[in-house]
Design a protein around this ligand. Structure first.
Ligand code: CDP
Length: 212
């Protein structure tokens, strides 16, 4: 079974995807990390993230980079959102994601374009969302725990900038797949959001099974 979990920054999609992977005993891929790795690599190579050729040159990163805590920083998130708008960067990362999604037994992937581009044939699709203010509060708390001193206002501004870039780009913009189940986590605890996510997946599986 392939489960696609898409949604904007700090919506809770990563937590939900990890919980679904545990629940269904499936491997999980956080595809945002791949774009964060490209962004971080651009920074380390002192390249220009807005130039497609530079970003493509940085797409050939070592797998070890995916475990680097530097990828979780706000700066890496912003750089990821800039490099991910380049079609050739998306193309460079496509096969790896498709292969992961279509491995034997299935997988859970979270990102922006899983249900629309990477695995349009997914068995279940979720679109996870929350208000920008609530997402900013969550991300602010997360970053503070890691020692960041960014203000809540700055985190909110960064989230809005990222939303605008992710939704406004031509290449695989953040849009909800027509057949995705919406999960608004704004006023849900993690436990309640995960429970609802499992219900949505089960409902989609039953609908698919009824169609066959
Ligand atoms: O965790 P958060 O939502 O803040 O970010 P992320 O999922 O790690 O993604 C970082 C950036 O990578 C996003 O702002 C997107 O621009 C980009 N991304 C993408 O374009 N496509 C994906 N499948 C995943 C991430």
């Amino acid at each position: 079974m392939i489960i696609a979990v898409d949604g904007p920054a700090a919506s809770g999609k990563g937590t939900i995807a990890r919980a679904l992977a545990r629940h269904y005993h499936l491997p999980h891929l956080d595809t945002g990390l791949l774009y964060r790795a490209v962004g971080e690599n651009v920074r380390r190579m002192e390249l220009d993230p807005t130039r497609e050729a530079d970003a493509v040159a940085a797409s050939n990163f070592e797998d070890d980079l995916l475990d680097d805590p530097a990828l979780r920083s706000d700066e890496a998130g912003q750089l990821a959102s800039i490099v991910s708008a380049h079609p050739l960067v998306r193309a460079a990362l496509l096969q790896r994601q498709r292969k992961f999604a279509h491995q034997d037994g299935g997988a859970v992937l979270d990102g922006r374009d899983i249900g629309t581009v990477i695995a349009p044939d997914a068995d279940a699709k979720l679109f996870v969302k929350a208000t920008p203010q609530i997402r900013a509060r969550r991300r602010h708390a997360e970053l503070k725990e890691k020692g960041s001193t960014l203000s809540l206002d700055k985190v909110l501004a960064d989230i809005r900038a990222r939303d605008q870039r992710d939704m406004g780009r031509d290449a695989a913009p953040l849009v909800m797949a027509a057949d995705a189940g919406i999960l608004d986590t704004s006023f849900l605890s993690i436990e309640a959001a995960v429970k609802r996510a499992i219900e949505l997946v089960e409902r989609q599986r039953q609908l698919k099974a009824a169609k066959v």
